[in-house]
Write a protein that binds this ligand. Structure first.
Ligand SMILES: Cc1cc2nc3c(=O)[nH]c(=O)nc-3n(C[C@H](O)[C@H](O)[C@H](O)COP(=O)(O)OP(=O)(O)OC[C@H]3O[C@@H](n4cnc5c(N)ncnc54)[C@H](O)[C@@H]3O)c2cc1C
Length: 401
């Protein structure tokens, strides 16, 4: 019997898991598609990488230091997928805003048959082998293996004929690694929207093989043909402006806004700055606005607290980490009380923290404070290349060494 899956929201726990995984990282390419109890064959680092408790480059550097590149190329490639999806979404933010708008509308518009299918999904009684177990695993642990996510999404869309947008919302509600870019764009990919004409169809024999016989669905119950799902083309916008990528050069009493999209501020661009004070407040409406389960909200908040403790120690600064109904007002009071000259922050990505960020920026500006947005060089360098498919993106990285 495998140990129950647990994910601890600290950088220390993530580093320990990385150290535990490295000796088997060289077998990742051969093993990664198998869905095994407890998932010993994959890193299970996504909740930590998504919150940047660990940075992508730290994980890649550790794998490359332990193994020859050829042995871990597949693993490295997977880590870059996150960057690719993020870069792609930054340039097509409407993929997110359309999804946000669609979820309540489609929920209200479900037919009676779809409603009863959705009830069966949520109660874990569709009777499709594997599917019900994955729904339960997702809700209980906040995690699913990548292959199970692909099968689940495909069955949701093409066999159960439920809108992909509602499936993406179900995942985003429960995943501890919930990431607007990876989640929305992966669901779009399964649905055939991301690479037009290319859908992902789950097959019973593939599920039986990669679950090593634990789940053997009745092939006759599974869709054998995808159906086309279409949309208006998404407008493309630039993902950044010059000043967000410029070197951090701020004078006077500087405050840092810390949020759960980047929780290793003591590493990288900000590491050498002097922060007077750090604000890691938790906006009380964020979980509802984002659609997170209480478990996801608690995990995210605990990760934020871990980031705040480390940042306080590294910068020798005081930290505010309370809950607030209006983040913007709290930030203004803090900036005034600490007599700050300027506030800096990594700019949140497209997703639920971005509206918070824009409110904070407006509130600070109204009170006479400037908020300097920064991007990590990693994002600023790589995002511009996420314009077409993943493989041109990867080839560019690979050829750069
Ligand atoms: C429908 C669907 C929804 C998904 N939703 C999310 C999501 O909300 N958040 C999320 O982080 N990932 C999402 N993924 C991607 C992927 O399933 C998870 O990142 C992966 O399963 C995490 O497990 P791991 O850490 O053991 O990954 P490993 O296999 O050990 O991979 C190492 C790291 O590479 C990155 N990675 C691996 N595969 C992918 C991928 N396909 N896309 C992006 N990054 C990847 C992750 O950071 C991961 O921690 C989704 C995939 C699908 C098919």
């Amino acid at each position: 019997m495998a140990e129950p899956l647990t994910f601890i929201p600290t950088r220390a726990a993530a580093s320990a898991r990385l150290a535990e995984f490295l000796p088997i990282a060289g077998r990742y390419a051969a093993d990664r598609n198998f869905v095994r109890p407890g998932h010993p064959n994959i890193s299970r680092l996504s909740p930590s990488i998504q919150k940047r408790l660990l940075l992508e480059e730290e994980v890649i550097d550790a794998a490359r230091a332990r193994w020859p590149f050829e042995a871990v190329e597949k693993f490295v490639q997977e880590v870059y997928w996150r960057t690719y999806w993020k870069g792609w979404l930054e340039q097509r933010p409407e993929a997110w805003s359309r999804w946000v708008e669609a979820v309540p509308r489609l929920r209200d518009a479900l037919s009676a048959e779809q409603r009863s299918t959705l009830e069966a999904v949520l109660a874990g009684r569709t009777g499709i082998a594997g599917f019900d177990a994955w729904a339960q695993e997702l809700v209980e642990t906040g995690y699913l293996h990548n292959h199970a996510r692909m099968w689940f999404a495909s069955l949701w869309i093409f066999t159960l004929k439920l809108p992909w947008e509602l499936g993406a919302a179900f995942f985003y509600k429960h995943l501890l690694d919930g990431d607007v870019a990876s989640n929305t764009l992966s669901w779009r990919w399964v649905a055939g929207l991301q690479t037009p004409g290319k859908t992902y169809l789950a097959r019973a024999d593939n599920i039986a093989h990669y679950t090593e016989g634990r789940h053997v669905p009745d092939a006759a119950r599974l869709a054998t043909q995808p159906f086309p799902i279409t949309e208006e083309p998404l407008p493309k916008v630039p993902a950044w402006s010059e000043d967000q990528t410029a070197a951090v050069d701020v004078q006077g009493r500087v405050g840092l806004w810390l949020h759960p999209e980047d929780l290793a501020v003591e590493r990288g661009e900000f590491a050498g700055l002097n922060f007077e004070s750090i604000n890691a407040s938790w906006p009380s409406g964020i979980a509802t606005a984002a659609g997170w389960s209480p478990k996801v909200a608690q995990w995210t908040r605990a990760a934020l607290e871990d980031g705040a403790l480390r940042a306080a120690k590294h910068f020798g600064a005081d930290v505010i980490a309370s809950e607030t109904p209006v983040l913007g007002s709290t930030m203004v009071e803090w900036a005034q009380a600490r007599k700050l000259s300027v506030v800096v922050a990594y700019r949140p990505f497209v997703g639920p923290w971005l509206p918070e960020a824009l409110d904070v920026e407006a509130a600070l500006a109204k009170a006479g404070f400037t908020l300097h947005w920064r991007r990590r060089a990693w994002d600023a360098t790589l995002f511009p290349h996420a314009t077409r498919g993943y493989f041109p993106f990867w080839e560019r990285i690979r050829s750069a060494g």
